[in-house]
Design a protein around this ligand. Sequence first.
Ligand code: FMN
Length: 185
Amino acid sequence: MSDPWTDLDAYHQWVWQKLQDGPRRPDAPARLLALATASADGAAARMVVLRAVDASARMLEIHTDLRSAKVTEIRADPLATLLLWDPADQLQARLNCEITLATGAEVAPLWAAIPQQARRIYGGAAASGTPLTRPEPLQAPDGMAQFAVLRCRVTGIDALHLGRDLHARARWRHQDGWHGQWIAP
Ligand SMILES: Cc1cc2nc3c(=O)[nH]c(=O)nc-3n(C[C@H](O)[C@H](O)[C@H](O)COP(=O)(O)O)c2cc1C
């Protein structure tokens, strides 16, 4: 691969490689991303685990509770941003996405693959965001009724690498055939 700082295609591939590492390695920087959505109170951001990446379909997958605020926000406005920070390579990548929700039979095979212990984070007794008198232990849900997959189709990428003597920022858009453009940091 060419040097990412001189070749826009190599830089673009490098960002996708980082994303693909996320679901494969628990210690990969892209294991956790910040997901930002539009909410009634302005932008809302939270950490999420990147569960699957299909670069050829430009698709990233996140698991969530159907009753969470982010789902309501995505239903109202499916345009969102996923944010990656890789400290070792000093790389920030902002991913513009259009999100669709998948539930029910469509995601049953994914649910089946989630260990019982881990299922407790999707659909406990109280819906995400419900006021409580005190924190409650996690409970396994009866079924997968509240399990949802966020399918995030990437429409654009803005990446910034902070080198010691060179800051390299570039932008790519799917609608331009991922033809990249260097831009001022
Ligand atoms: C390290 C970490 C990983 C998380 N991963 C997820 C996740 O994959 N899916 C999810 O729905 N919430 C995840 N959360 C919880 C969210 O950040 C958030 O608190 C919760 O989903 C409620 O968000 P909302 O009210 O904006 O919908 C994670 C939180 C942390 C701290």
